[in-house]
Design a binder for this molecule. Structure first.
Ligand code: SF4
Ligand code: FES
Length: 225
């Protein structure tokens, strides 16, 4: 079965094709940020992930709590390259579409991705910027080398339920590996290697996460691990 995530109308994400599902926690370390293991989740060929934030069986849809959910998709559907701004540094170009789920991986002890960009003439700084770009779950930043090579890591086909241990909130669904994302009418979003889908139900950029879960202090029905 083809791997695909279908955004259902005012309901869950229907996941097909046995896409591996894991839970991870974002934690702060002395060097920055890292992923820690979360709880083990059941693996299924087809499953429904809650999109309204109200399920009593998170991260799965419980089949009824979304009854009053208005889940209209509002995101810009143009390809990333068309939506993104080009930011130039001496060693790199960064494409930045400003789609952010506030996971903080772009903030390092040497400054943020954007603060380091003017110093990318230094190979060590350049490497840090490439790493920070690739670490962004939302796929906000993509690094391009001077010769035009897109410096994008290969990532596994997987869905990661994010728990933000530092902010003490539940975050979105981190989808990696270029999995197809489809609207209820069958139209497809441009494929992305990294993206975060809303699972609190409150994003103004549905189906993508816009970090509203932080202000709304979202916690799913299983709480934080
Ligand atoms: S989602 Fe990306 S841009 Fe936003 S804070 Fe995290 S790493 Fe930075
Ligand atoms: S989408 Fe079904 S309970 Fe949330």
């Amino acid at each position: 079965m083809e791997k695909v995530i279908v955004v259902s109308e005012n309901g869950p994400y229907i996941v097909r094709g046995g896409i591996p599902l894991v839970e991870k926690r974002i934690t702060k370390t002395s060097d920055g940020w890292e992923w820690a293991e979360g709880r083990e989740l059941p693996q299924k060929e087809v499953y429904a992930l809650c999109r309204c934030g109200k399920s009593k069986n998170a991260p799965f849809c419980d089949g009824e709590s979304h009854k009053r959910f208005k889940g209209q998709e509002t995101a810009d559907r143009r390809p990333f390259e068309e939506r993104a701004e080009r930011l130039e540094g001496p060693g790199l170009t960064i494409l930045d579409d400003r789609r952010c789920s506030k996971s903080y991986f772009c903030h390092t002890n040497d400054g943020s991705t954007w603060e380091m960009l003017p110093r990318t003439g230094d190979p060590d700084v350049k490497e840090k910027v490439v790493r920070a770009c690739n670490a962004c779950p939302s796929g906000r930043t993509v690094a391009i080398d001077r010769d035009g090579t897109v410096l994008e890591d290969e990532l596994p086909e997987r869905i990661t339920v994010i728990q933000h241990s530092y902010d003490r909130v539940g975050s979105g669904l981190y989808v990696t590996g270029g999995i197809k994302l489809v609207s209820p009418d069958g139209s497809e979003y441009p494929v992305q290697n990294r993206m975060v889908l809303c699972r609190c139900g409150n994003s103004r950029n549905k189906p993508f996460c816009d970090a509203t879960h932080i202000n709304s202090r979202f916690k799913d029905s299983n709480g934080l691990p």
